[in-house]
Design a protein around this ligand. Structure first.
Ligand code: MSP
Length: 593
């Protein structure tokens, strides 16, 4: 047995930081600024989604996993617009017993099934605006090379041995289960059948000679890694769960299956009678994408953020870091974990007939609308329930009425006849609250609004860091409400451009509201890219002025010039977000009876 001490966690092997510091000039005025330090601390970033099984068509849960990664990655790009600094991979997991069995059931060759379903994922992600830089399929030749190389490294380091494996195997979850995780349930013919306690999927008894990975040696190194990196797994409760798992015994892990039983996979190098365990095969995809085994992969590894669902936490937070440590590499920097979507209170499943097709939803609610819904309502810490009325209600109130209404109020010809970004008058809205004077019009609530919007980018960034994207959107939405309150309070439609008393204040009210809208548009780009583009274009904000580094909220208030003041607004291109009709809610209702 190898001593764990030799597997001591190596320091992060990541190469030196990219010199992107020039991208991080002073950011926001106001107390909630993102400092240069905040932005530059992780100049390169590699985001990954899980690779998706190709046994069935994609559903909204899969899209959600990909959207979370997409929003994180887009937000990262906004912080540091240098495209060299981010990489974002997704793909399909095509080997293993689950796919082999699904192909047999469908009467297809495994490759046919893989091609068909992988194509559906690619199509969906393209339609949903998933901005991945890489799409990997585990049946590609480059992946076989990477997996076999990785296997060879583990073998050469004495971490694989041949032994008799006996235990329960769940093909649906592609995992081995201890006796305590198996229960018996009545099957379709009334007999009692063994199933996984966690997933409810059938399990079968397996007894065969396999290659076994010395996982038990990694208990302490994994504990040290997690204790030394409290942010490694986010949100915190999942970090805690993994540490609890590590308090228990960590048995060695079977990492191959007899080829006569599992032929659909990558053969063990030098031993064709064995096929590599699908999870070892699948996890290595994260390295294949970045060029492993060529040294170029070190540019991206371990500056990696894995986005995963809670059901695959053990594979990513225990097996994968152990494999990596075993191969002499660092564990990933961050693992972001999310919970699941249920439908009308039930787990989504083909047999219940309640699977929600994401492409139907994208068509019905628009791409931006459905992206907004999933990310605004999805809470990583616990499961969320889907039903159509919820989508319609949320999108109508937050995107159509609140945000769209605000834009309309500030840009309508009736109120803003010159169709420009009007001037800010410091006498009407002095930077010191509480000043009195004949021209001062701003009230305490108006200062509260400025302060809320000035701190918004930093609060949003913190929520992204903590993988609470829904909170970032909640914060934006609350500021939108506050801005509507500001406009309502000062009723620009009652002020007169021709009056020398009204005009400077009317102009200031519109200027402040447009500045708020510019911040909202900028911050919404990761979630609703087209809608944000429409909004920013209407405000006349050019593409090069849309990064977080260029935000400079309300500079006139802080005594700086504003590049937008006096600029013509962009062309009017119709309503920002069309109001949805409640009658569109039949999709899921149909399954509820
Ligand atoms: N192939 C493995 C992952 C290998 S990664 C090296 C796998 N595939 S999966 O297709 O079953 O799941 C992919 C992702 O979709 C996982 O993050 C999973 O949690 C997520 N979801 C599956 N059902 C889901 C919901 N109902 N809701 C939200 N996400 C869900 O596991």
């Amino acid at each position: 047995m190898l001593r764990t001490s030799f597997l001591r966690l190596l320091g992060r092997t990541g190469a030196s930081k990219l010199s992107l510091l020039e991208d991080f000039g002073p950011r926001y005025y106001g107390s909630g600024s993102l400092s240069a330090r905040d932005d530059a601390s992780d100049a390169r970033a590699y985001f990954t989604t899980p690779i998706f099984y190709v046994n069935a068509a994609p559903h909204i849960g899969h899209l959600y996993s990909a959207l979370l990664a997409d929003a994180l990655c887009r937000h990262r790009r906004l912080r540091s617009p240098s495209t060299a600094a981010t990489r974002f991979s997704t793909g399909t997991d095509e080997h293993g017993l689950k796919i082999q069995q699904a192909a047999a059931t469908a009467g297809l060759a495994p490759t046919e099934l893989c091609d068909r379903i992988s194509e559906q994922f690619q199509q969906l992600f393209q339609e949903a605006g998933i901005s991945c830089t890489d799409f990997i399929r585990t049946t590609e030749a480059r992946h076989r090379v990477a997996v076999q190389q990785f296997w060879g490294v583990l073998k050469s380091r004495g971490l694989l041995y041949k032994g008799l494996y006996e235990g329960w195997y769940c093909a649906s979850d592609e995992c081995f289960l201890p006796e305590a995780k198996v229960t018996w349930q009545p099957g379709p013919s009334g007999d009692s059948l063994p199933v996984s306690l966690e997933s409810g999927h059938p399990v079968s008894w397996t007894k065969e000679e396999n290659y076994i990975f010395r996982l038990s040696q990694f208990r302490e190194p994994l504990q040290r890694w997690l204790r030394g990196n409290p942010q490694a797994i986010t949100p915190e409760p999942f970090h805690h769960v993994v540490l609890q798992w590590l308090d228990e015994e960590l048995p060695d892990l079977s990492v191959s299956r007899r080829s006569s039983h599992l032929h659909w996979g990558i053969p063990v190098p030098g031993d064709d009678s064995q096929t590599i365990y699908v999870w070892l095969d699948a996890l290595v995809n994260y390295l294949t994408v970045i060029g492993y085994p060529n040294a170029e992969f070190k540019f991206w590894w371990p500056a990696t953020s894995h986005i995963i669902g809670k059901d695959i936490l053990k594979f990513h937070a225990i097996y994968w870091p152990a494999f990596l440590l075993g191969a002499g590499m660092s564990p990933p920097q961050r693992i972001y974990v999310h919970s699941h979507w249920t439908v009308c209170g039930q787990k989504m499943s083909k047999s219940l007939g309640n699977v929600v097709d994401p492409r139907t939803c994208l068509n019905r609610y628009t791409v931006d609308g459905f992206r907004y819904f999933l990310l605004r309502q999805g809470v990583p810490n616990w499961d969320c329930d889907y039903y159509d009325e919820k989508v319609v209600k949320l999108l109508n109130s937050e995107l159509a009425d609140a945000l769209g209404g605000l834009l309309n109020r500030c840009t309508a010809k009736r109120i803003n006849p010159s169709e420009t970004y009007p001037a800010f008058c410091t006498n009407c809205f002095p930077s010191e609250p509480g000043l009195v004077g004949p021209s001062v019009r701003a009230q305490a609530e108006d200062y509260a609004l400025v302060s809320a919007v000035a701190t918004l980018p930093k609060r949003v960034a913190d929520h992204y860091d903590n993988f609470q994207i829904y909170k970032a959107l909640e914060a934006v939405s609350s500021c939108v409400r506050q801005t509507n309150g500001f406009v309502q309070r000062h009723a620009p439609w009652k002020l007169n451009w021709d009056s020398p008393v009204d005009a400077p204040w009317l102009s200031t009210v519109l200027h402040v509201a447009l500045e708020c809208l510019r911040v909202f548009g900028t911050l919404l780009q990761p979630v609703t890219p087209s809608l944000a583009d429409k909004l920013l274009s209407r405000l006349g904000v050019s593409v090069s002025e849309r990064s977080l580094g260029k935000l400079y909220f309300l500079p006139r208030f802080y005594g700086h010039p504003c590049p937008f003041e006096g600029r013509r607004l962009g062309p009017e291109t119709g309503v920002l977000f069309p109001k949805l009709d409640q009658s569109r809610t039949w999709v899921v209702k149909a399954h509820r009876t």
